[in-house]
Design a protein around this ligand. Structure first.
Ligand code: PMP
Length: 437
């Protein structure tokens, strides 16, 4: 038995894989990746691939970053763990919180830490409830998010998600989680409708929903500045402009899920800046530590924080706690990650390489199988004719390119440190895959 056979068999007999057809997996086996350097990963047969999805939209600094490994090692030796409960703290989490507050896209007051994007989104939902209770409006409980949104996979964050696979047979969404039309113009516009008219129609629908449910029953609206797992959807500017006016009018909190978009991905440090969003709460994860270690952060605005602080004083305790909130090693790695982004001027790098990737993909628009190309910064989607998505991703993998099929949209989210030559190579491999398809 070769190493590959034995690892694939052992995987199939021992590991459960998310976003995978488990029946097919038992027969097909896993692509087992053993190492990575920069934007490249290598499987157990020694085949090289460009990781054009940064794993799951996360390994922004690429593989093999020695500074991040060194900082983790140093922090483990200095103080491997300490909780933040009962008035305890440690230098790494303080420095990281200060750093995040100074880079936030809008003024923020405090940072709550968790380990994953889903957890931090969950905490944003819970803090919204806690906030409205503090303000004496306990009936403000419902949440609105978009169909096809992805906000995570805990019970609350999966309820906020608008993708059917997070709900089907899982008894979700829970009651009180409302989903509105995806702001995807090219896909959902009526024939002849302009982009402005499309935005206005969606906003009118949301306003009707708010009236129907009662604004005094709605706690918060969750948005991804640019929707990732929903198929790379860039909402029209007018849509977010009008949405924010509506939410202010009805005193509904705006939560920005920047789990994918934070730290340069869209050509600004935050997607909220790119899409001109002014959130009350903002969640980031993934690129926060360039995926070298799990950590997520929830930025809390002053209005929300003041109410939380006051209420916890009245109750005698803030009852939210997680063992690994502000974990010292994760905090140290995240802090170093942000320092590296600043040293590399990562936002400028993304702005320089974005046209190379997007124009390269746009050139494929004339291909008979391509329906639409969408993108911003180093985030792009190539929508193919129906039923070609999975096969395209499979052939791309044979060509040494790892992409993800979201329905029939092929998603691209390469490590932010990708070079121009590597973008050209990515385009070459993808074109070859398309032609074979
Ligand atoms: N929000 C968004 C926009 C995401 O893309 C994801 C993960 N893909 C999450 C939340 C959940 O993050 P995690 O998987 O770390 O729980």
């Amino acid at each position: 038995m070769s190493i590959k056979d034995s690892l694939q068999t052992r995987d199939a007999l021992s590991v459960v894989h998310g976003l995978t057809n488990l029946s097919t997996h038992a027969k097909r086996g896993a692509t087992v990746i053993k190492s990575g350097k920069g934007v490249w990963v290598q499987d157990i047969d020694g085949r090289d691939y460009i990781e054009a999805m940064s794993g799951l939209w996360c390994i922004a600094l690429g593989y093999g970053n020695e500074r991040l490994a060194d900082v983790a090692h140093r922090q483990m030796m200095e103080l491997a763990y300490y909780p933040l409960t009962n008035h305890k703290s440690h230098p790494s989490v303080i420095e990281l919180a200060e750093k995040l507050l100074s880079t936030a896209p809008v003024p923020m007051a405090r940072i709550w830490f968790a380990s994953t994007g889903s957890e931090a989104i969950d905490c944003a939902a819970r803090l919204s409830w806690y906030f409205w209770n503090a303000l004496g409006q306990p009936e403000k409980k419902k949440f609105i998010s978009h169909q096809l949104a992805y906000h995570g996979n805990t019970i609350a964050s999966a309820s906020l998600s608008g993708v059917s696979y997070a709900h089907n047979k899982f008894n979700l969404p829970l009651p009180g989680f409302l989903h509105v039309q995806t702001p995807h113009f090219s896909r959902f516009a009526h024939p002849g409708e302009t982009e402005d008219a499309f935005s206005d129609r969606l906003i009118a629908h949301i306003e009707k929903l708010i009236h129907l449910e009662g604004a005094d029953t709605i706690a918060a609206f969750f948005v991804e500045p640019v929707m990732g797992a929903g198929g790379i959807v860039i909402p029209p500017t007018r849509y977010y402009e009008q949405l924010q006016i509506l939410l202010k009018k009805h005193d509904i909190l705006l939560v920005c899920d920047e789990v994918v978009t934070a730290f340069g991905r869209t050509g600004n440090m935050f997607g909220s800046t790119t899409m001109q969003l002014q959130p009350d709460l903002l969640v980031c994860a993934k690129a926060l530590s360039s995926a070298y270690i799990p950590i997520s952060a929830l930025m809390i605005s002053l209005r929300v924080y003041e109410a939380i602080e006051r209420q916890s004083g009245e109750l005698g305790l803030f009852g939210l706690t997680m063992t690994y909130s502000g974990h010292p090693v994760a905090s140290a790695v995240a802090l170093e990650t942000i320092k590296i982004y600043e040293e590399l001027q990562i936002v400028n790098h993304v702005r320089q390489l974005s046209p190379v990737l997007l124009e390269g993909l746009m050139n494929l628009q004339s291909h008979s199988l391509v329906k639409e190309v969408r993108g911003i910064g180093l985030l792009a989607g190539v929508e193919l004719e129906a039923k070609y998505g999975n096969e395209c991703a499979r052939i791309a993998e044979e060509e040494g390119l790892i992409v993800r099929a979201i329905g029939d949209t092929i998603a691209f989210c390469p490590p932010l440190i990708i070079s121009e030559l590597e973008v050209q190579e990515l385009l070459k491999r993808f074109t070859k895959a398309l032609n074979r398809l």
